[in-house]
Ligand binder design. Structure first.
Ligand code: P53
Length: 483
């Protein structure tokens, strides 16, 4: 029996993508290479072991500029959205999307970061894409920087560690807002700001022995620069009446492994620096008390410029957005582990996991929405959620992806319950409306889409698009709210 869910009429249902995972055309119209386009595809013996892709040295990066080793760099090719965007946007409309979340590639607009004038060819591409969205009646959400900082900025300026990069970023963000504020209502300055620094850190540090959290520690200065860059975007956005700026975090939802107070306390403490710290800075507008102790205990010093504190205080974001794929557990003595995207995470005996080890937890989404609403009382938007699966086209040229329908409907149900709880959740963009290259593993075969794309991990295939079963399911859901 179909169940009817309750959502507000104007709820923004949509889909999310990122430039480096869809566009391709990496050397066209003046674009520079981004960091992500320098990571080669590595066939993983164990699908769940991503550590192989994390062992790149500086020399590997330099070699990859001219592709000296003849390797395949998946994010240089994406799914050829650069040439096929009209067809794709028409399909998104047909699937019932009301909003399309996408990102702009910084390297198309300011290829080296330090140019005075933007690259008109780059602006023209995005103007065409936005016009197409408007033609199809789609609202747009733009991520200004989705992990893909241009390599010249890292190579010549040292990346986000250098305060001057804040100015380069802000110059770029201003151009986008000036050019496109009529088209784009929702702006996210930095994708998954809690991981963004890390994504860069993999490639600028030769020392790969550090654990993920040690790397974060060495990167709080870079993060401070990103907080400042984001606050500048918020400040600038106030010039325009019709735009809103949100933060974007990879929401790590964790539970204590059990009710042993030692583990409950451990989880509470870990949650502070792994998650709430970021929201606190971007919404409450200051470095929270516990972070000051944490920095002191860990000998971390953040160099601030005069005016930074005021800038943060005066420019909290208009709304919170976050990605939600899974949850994990925390214990004082680490228990059994499962795979996350960047690190192994604590296993939860009550949950099933995807083929990549990500633990599926719809109730955790309601829990997260409650937690964030209670703490911040700022409108919430789920900017990513979905499931990656190994899939092949069947003889009818489709994919019977009932597991995706199940995943989505269970999460939608919890969202509607959260709204009944009294939470202001105003939209949702699934990851993804169409198969894309995976951010973490560089695979094409880790598929999230409602639409199947005929490329393999080596970008072999026709690139043709095929509707999966979930495509029609989603279209019907948006009309009827029935799961
Ligand atoms: P994939 C961790 C590491 C990298 C990206 O991931 C991540 C996360 C958080 O789980 O987050 C987002 O493709 C990201 C997208 C990405 C999506 O997760 O590795 O914003 O770019 O594609 C899914 O399976």
């Amino acid at each position: 029996m179909a169940k009817k869910l309750k959502f507000p009429k104007d709820f923004l249902w949509g889909g999310a993508t990122a430039a480096s995972q869809i566009e391709g055309a990496y050397d066209v119209d003046g674009k520079s290479l981004s960091l992500l386009e320098m990571i080669p595809y590595i066939e993983l013996k164990d699908k769940k072991d991503l550590t192989a892709t994390r062992k790149l040295t500086k020399q590997d990066l330099l070699d990859s500029i001219e592709n000296k080793k003849g390797l395949h760099y998946p994010k240089r090719f994406g799914i050829d959205f650069y040439n096929r965007y009209k067809e794709d946007i028409a399909l998104f409309k047909e699937a019932g999307l009301k909003i399309f979340r996408m990102s702009v590639a910084w390297g198309r607009i300011f290829p080296n970061g330090d140019e005075k004038e933007p690259n008109q060819k780059g602006l023209e591409f995005y103007r065409n894409v936005f016009k197409e969205c408007k033609k199809q009646g789609l609202e747009i959400m733009v991520t200004i920087n989705h992990f893909d900082t241009p390599f010249p900025i890292v190579q010549n300026h040292g990346g986000w560690r250098n305060r001057q990069v804040v100015d380069m970023y802000f110059k770029y963000a201003k151009v986008l807002i000036d050019e496109f504020n009529e088209y784009v209502k929702y702006w996210l300055p930095i994708n998954e700001i809690n991981l963004s620094v890390l994504m860069g850190a993999f490639f600028v540090e030769d020392n790969t022995k550090k654990t993920v959290f040690e790397k974060i520690n060495s990167s709080y200065q870079d993060l401070h620069h990103q907080f400042i860059a984001q606050a500048k975007v918020v400040e600038y956005s106030k010039k325009f009446k019709n735009i809103q700026v949100g933060c974007m975090l990879a929401n790590s939802t964790t539970y204590a492994l059990d009710c042993n107070p030692i583990n409950v306390f451990e989880n509470q403490q870990k949650e502070l620096m792994r998650k709430l710290f970021y929201y606190d800075v971007m919404i409450k507008g200051e470095y929270p008390w516990y972070s000051l102790k944490y920095f002191k205990d860990n000998n971390i010093e953040i160099i601030k410029e005069k005016g930074d504190d005021e800038l943060l205080k005066n420019n909290p974001v208009d709304f919170i957005s976050f990605s939600y794929y899974m949850s994990s557990t925390i214990a004082k003595e680490e228990g059994e582990l499962t795979e996350g995207n960047l690190m192994k995470l604590g296993k939860n005996p009550f949950l099933e996991a995807s083929e990549w080890g990500w633990q599926i937890d719809p109730i955790g989404l309601r829990y997260t929405l409650n937690q964030l609403w209670d703490r911040y009382h700022v409108p919430l938007f789920i900017s990513e959620n979905g499931i990656g699966v190994l899939e092949k086209l069947n003889e009818k040229n489709t994919v019977e992806d009932d597991y995706r329908i199940d995943y989505l409907s269970r999460h939608f149900e919890q969202m509607s319950l959260a709204i009944e709880d009294g939470i202001n959740l105003f939209g949702y963009t699934m990851w993804t409306p169409i198969d894309v290259v995976s951010a973490g593993s560089n695979e094409m075969s880790k598929r999230y889409g409602l639409i199947f794309v005929d490329y393999d991990d080596y970008h072999k295939g026709t690139g043709d698009r095929f509707k999966k079963k979930s495509f029609d399911w989603f279209k019907k859901f948006v009309k009827t709210m029935e799961i």
